[in-house]
Design a binder for this molecule. Structure first.
Ligand SMILES: [Zn+2]
Length: 400
């Protein structure tokens, strides 16, 4: 169960169900240490903890709500509170600092794809105004969403904090030419069973809607700021802990304290002090290295979960605007075809593997727009199918 204090955005229930379904579908595929999963479920899924927090939210929390709204605003996208102490003016300033130079680099003012991209973007923005711009006291005007199509062969798009988005023409031409060749997506499940999705009905606009929906979610969910905040917090925490740990060790080192207290020291004694201090420096250095590896892995994990959220919410936004949500699976298929089978394990990637993203997207579409899957998927099972998701799809789309 998720602890949610307030969820005022209409129509987001199916989005929340889709986020859950996407997580379940890729569970065990995306990297999360088992101990973290166990701890989370012991605490979060514990009915007693849930009851206490719901009680305190109802009778106690209301006094502190304005404070919490400031330090941990509710995400309109996933309905959860996310800690972020980075004030909005700073987010907007950083966003513009990144956006304007990249939005105007080497571009013709009117790129041939500008109309297509902006058309889709404007529609998504108009049809999903409430979800994309949860206006708060701190953010009365909402975000300043804007998109720029930049001439480049780079197959990419990205979102800056507070609303600026850049789409390179390379990704649009890649999607356009793939429409002729990419008619199916194959997804292999954990148990070896296979799902094939028919993509023949997908148009360029459907794929662009998935792309823009993804980027707009990064903005609305403040993913960039979340990453920055988490990194800064971890860094500060670690520096604090290691400072106190080393001072504690020094304080309890009798020999070191005695030598330090001496008014005059022999050469040997000075060397001894130097060696002891160097030992502590080495401990500090080693801890620093270990910590930086842990921090990198955690931040990559966080980054991947932001990508899943952006994919799923992007599907929701596209569907609300009447686009075919299968555009998201098409987009993932095209991008994973281009990466030619990654040889780097997912644990070291900022983005989840294409295979996992297709699976997550399929689980989300099954919640958000099941009618779009009618007649579009075929399943085959080589081994005895054990995956609950496979069984569910088979039952829902083939036996019903
Ligand atoms: Zn992304």
């Amino acid at each position: 169960m998720n602890i949610t204090w307030n969820n005022s955005i209409a129509g987001s229930d199916s989005l929340h169900r889709a986020l859950d379904a996407s997580q379940k579908a890729v569970a065990g595929k995306s990297w999360t240490p088992q101990v973290v999963t166990n701890l989370t479920s012991a605490f979060i899924d514990n009915p007693a903890v849930a009851a206490i927090s719901n009680f305190s939210c109802k009778y106690f929390f209301s006094y502190f709500q304005p404070l919490f709204d400031y330090i941990a605003p509710i995400s309109g996208i996933n309905g959860h509170r996310t800690f972020s102490l980075i004030p909005l003016f700073l987010e907007k300033f950083l966003g513009e600092y990144i956006f304007y130079p990249s939005a105007t680099s080497g571009m013709a003012k009117t790129h041939k794809y500008k109309g297509a991209v902006e058309g889709v973007y404007n529609k998504l923005k108009a049809d999903n105004a409430e979800l994309l711009n949860a206006k708060t006291k701190e953010n009365p005007d909402g975000y300043n969403y804007q998109v720029s199509v930049v001439q480049s062969n780079t197959v990419n798009a990205f979102a800056c904090p507070a609303g600026g988005m850049v789409v390179y023409s390379g990704i649009v031409s890649e999607l356009k030419s793939a429409l002729k060749t990419t008619k199916f997506a194959d997804i292999t499940l954990k148990d070896g069973s296979k799902i094939q999705v028919d993509l023949s009905g997908v148009t360029l606009n459907d794929a662009l809607a998935a792309l823009m929906g993804h980027e707009m979610t990064h903005v609305a969910s403040r993913h960039g700021m979340g990453k920055m905040f988490a990194n800064l917090t971890f860094f500060g925490l670690f520096k604090g802990i290691s400072y106190f740990a080393i001072s504690h060790l020094k304080k309890n080192n009798k020999e070191y304290q005695q030598l330090q207290a001496k008014e005059s020291r022999s050469r040997e004694e000075n060397n001894r002090i130097y060696n002891i201090e160097r030992g502590y420096e080495n401990i500090n250095y080693l801890a620093d290295r270990i910590f930086s590896i842990v921090r990198t892995l955690l931040s990559l994990h966080h980054s991947r979960s932001c990508e899943y959220e952006a994919d799923v919410a992007g599907i929701h936004l596209a569907h609300e605007s009447g686009y075919n949500p299968l555009g998201a699976i098409f987009l993932e298929q095209v991008l994973s075809d281009l990466s030619c089978g990654a040889i780097i394990p997912e644990i070291l990637l900022t983005h989840p593997l294409g295979e996992h993203r297709k699976l997550s997207a399929l689980a989300a579409i099954d919640q958000i727009a099941p009618l779009q899957l009618n007649g579009k998927i075929t399943v085959s099972s080589e081994a005895a199918a054990t995956s609950p998701f496979f069984k569910h799809l088979k039952q829902k789309y083939f036996l019903a």
